[in-house]
Design a protein around this ligand. Structure first.
Ligand code: BDR
Ligand code: CA
Length: 322
């Protein structure tokens, strides 16, 4: 029998983040321990409110911890992507303000306290800027040994020519706080990186949303409602009414790693200049003329995926909500 994963979900919630949160909530293989918020798809006020709203609407027990409202270092671009996620980050659906669920600790403090209380037991799924995780590393040098594993949605490595989504070489979560990502990827934590190389190979269409509406009850209706502007944005960008399944891919990789091909590589992030936010993977023991990758502990970087199996897993899991 597969072991239960005890998960801290770090999120800039966000339309696809909300889908990933429901994936975790309805998975029989997950105990959701905490939701930690970060700015990104919207302001920290909105992402925290979105987390509280989804928590209340779907009866999620895990507490919410508010995190960083600004990146750690210079970011690529300014403002929030309201043209993708709506002004409130959830496709501008009407939200009520829940009066419970927010805990007093900050996201980084909560990550450290939970890891210290449960050494070697917790999986961290990080699907936004890595600001909170970098802050946890600053607060607690032993954090890499205390956390069981980290799965990050972020970055792009051009394995099959895939480019970035906020510059030719940068993905949004990494471009939004390159210094934090570089800190996390070099930290020695057991890290798997689920980048655009595989999330763009796992697309959803309106038939997939219709199947969710049919099988996932209120969760299906919620996903339908919030993804209207998400589909519109992608259709405007590519001409096709399909969207990559970004953040839920990190959850799928946590639960079913065999659906992904990975390579063990040292990953550094460009923190300045026109390539700001680029994730560059190298071999830690290669005889490069520069030292940047030398002795950097490797991450597992996803290079391929069974996209059909990921979609099926999502659909089957969400059917438990119906
Ligand atoms: C990532 O950026 C955010 O907009 C999404 O939620 C996802 O985490 C994709 O590049
Ligand atoms: Ca996200």
């Amino acid at each position: 029998m597969q072991e239960t994963k005890r998960v801290i979900f770090d999120t800039d919630i966000g339309i696809d983040d909300a889908m990933a949160l429901l994936f975790l909530h309805y998975s029989p293989l997950v105990e959701l321990v905490a939701i930690t918020t970060v700015m990104g798809n919207a302001s920290i006020e909105d992402t925290t409110l979105n987390a509280l709203y989804v928590r209340a609407r779907f009866g999620i027990d895990a507490p919410v911890y508010r995190g960083a409202g600004a990146p750690r270092g210079p970011a690529l671009g300014e403002g929030y992507p309201d043209f993708v996620h709506g002004r409130n980050g959830l496709g501008d659906i009407a939200r009520s303000v829940p009066d419970a669920g927010l805990s007093p600790l900050s996201a980084a403090e909560a990550m450290v306290a939970l890891a210290q209380d449960h050494p070697g037991e917790l999986s961290l799924v990080a699907v936004g800027r890595l600001t909170n995780v970098a802050m946890a590393l600053d607060l607690c040098p032993e954090f890499p040994q205390l956390i069981k594993e980290v799965v990050v949605m972020g970055g792009v490595f051009a394995f099959a020519g895939q480019g970035g989504n906020v510059s030719p070489v940068a993905e949004a979560n990494i471009g939004g706080d390159p210094a934090a990502a570089d800190r996390v990827f070099s930290s020695g934590m057991r890290t798997t990186i689920v980048g655009l190389d595989v999330t763009h190979a796992t697309q959803m269409d309106e038939a997939f949303i219709a199947a969710l509406r049919e099988r996932a009850g209120d969760a299906g209706d919620f996903i339908h409602e919030t993804t209207r502007c998400y589909f519109d944005f992608h259709e405007r960008s590519t001409g096709d009414r399909i969207c990559p399944i970004h953040d839920s891919s990190a959850v799928a990789c946590l639960l079913r790693p065999e659906l992904y091909q990975t390579r063990s590589l040292a990953v550094r992030v460009v923190t300045d200049g026109i390539a700001k936010g680029q994730t560059i993977a190298g071999a830690a023991d290669a005889p490069y003329l520069v030292d940047a990758w030398r002795d950097v502990p490797p991450c597992k970087v996803c290079s391929g995926v069974d996209g059909d199996a990921v979609r099926q897993l999502y659909l089957e899991t969400l059917s438990r909500a119906g």
